[in-house]
Write a protein that binds this ligand. Sequence first.
Ligand SMILES: C[S@@+](CC[C@H](N)C(=O)[O-])C[C@H]1O[C@@H](n2cnc3c(N)ncnc32)[C@H](O)[C@@H]1O
Length: 246
Amino acid sequence: MATYDSIGATYADTRRPDPRIAARIHHALGDATTVINVGAGTGSYEPPQTIQAVEPSSVMIAQRPAGSAPALEASAELIPLADDSADAVMALLTVHHWSDLEAGIGELRRIARQRIVVLTFDPDINHRFWLLEEYLPEAAACTDTPAIGVDRLATLLGGARTETVPVPHDCTDGFLAAFWRRPEAYLDPHVRAGISLFAQISDEVIWPGLARLSDDLSTGRWHQRHADLLDRETLDAGYRLLVTDL
Ligand SMILES: C[S@@+](CC[C@H](N)C(=O)[O-])C[C@H]1O[C@@H](n2cnc3c(N)ncnc32)[C@H](O)[C@@H]1O
């Protein structure tokens, strides 16, 4: 069973594509007239020219909106599509879940004709996000997803230009750092259900950390410590767009 078959049931509720991030992805896709989305999930960020989605979880595929591109139930490591199947291939917030990164990137390079667009996170920056650094410091060590350095990914892609994707304070796509200015959100189990990290770490790690966060919010300690965040519009939490021309 694919991991997201067990953790993805509410994905479409809490992980709504953010229009500002969508604009960055669509700009990166350039003038591609055909696009394949690998690790496509529920179809977030797919532009209208998407011809095919590739996704291993049937639970995620079932949440794709009516009328979206057809989905193949398959993994990035072995994509049952011909070489050069589309102008561009995109893989968004997915490479850290792949069991064989090299094989998966090799498949993206094989099925793309012109361009590959990958949205990922730089673990060195992402792991310094206040939620992890201050409340769940053991989390990075406990997850079963490997930290993938942006440089390594760029090398596997055969070279890539890297763009920072700042996270808006009211980001609608509820990934890990999306609630950087809305700390109460992490106390909501519905929000946490949309963040795979919480499914990968044990309750012994999660509960003491969340109890401290709850306490710091009720005493005002969090707001004192993070006063610098409160009037910011965006945060660089390590999210990066890698764009490769073949
Ligand atoms: C965080 S979700 C991202 C989904 C979508 N790209 C988005 O931006 O909303 C990660 C997705 O990667 C998928 N995934 C996990 N392992 C995979 C693999 N080996 N190959 C392709 N996709 C995989 C999961 O099933 C899940 O749908």
